[in-house]
Design a protein around this ligand. Sequence first.
Ligand code: SAH
Length: 216
Amino acid sequence: MTANPQPPEKMMFQLTLRRRGISDQAVLRTMEEVPREMFVEEGDREGAYHDSALAISCGQTISQPFVVAYMTEQLKLQKHHRVLEIGTGSGYQAAVLSRLAGHVLTVERYRKLADIARARLEKLGCHNVEVMLGDGLNLPANIGPFDRIIVTAALDKVPEHLIERLDMGGILIAPVGPHQGLQMLVRLTKTGAGIERKELVEVRFVPALPGVAREL
Ligand code: SAH
């Protein structure tokens, strides 16, 4: 019996991620395993393994695979980590995180996106992910602390209440900058000596908006 050969588009996908500098083997393997075609709109399945962001419902986007892999790599996840994601969107980033961490809480302000993502993640067997309808900019006080926080919508600045929810040694990664145009991906690490801040790469995310969306 011969092993199933990898479809060419998935081989290209891996190659692109490696060429662009992703080297963490666990991250690369996870990117290979999570079926991105399950997270894009039906008409976009053919292009699911191109390295580009795609439109999803509610005027939002599923992030570009390189950015998903890069942010995941920067989080240096361990199997016991509790992770908070703000901006569930399609649920793709949450599925990637779920394979590398202990538990993932992902928050989305659109009910429709939260419901679709929850169903997808369940179908994929990502039982360590909880999808919550809510406002990541204004979370209930009893949520946290977390080992890692990933924000996948653009922030004007990183809110203090998020930094407070990070455990010692914790890492937060978020795009910070204007709603339109490019933002800087920023990594904050909580150390005994304070917060270490590193600017990583320029990215383009949809904005983080306040409140749970009123439309479905
Ligand atoms: N991580 C997603 C892509 C995120 S797109 C994926 O893998 O597909 C950004 C998402 O953040 C959008 O779905 C948007 O509705 C959501 N969002 C924006 N502001 C938010 C807020 N304050 N709280 C929760 N979700 C928010």
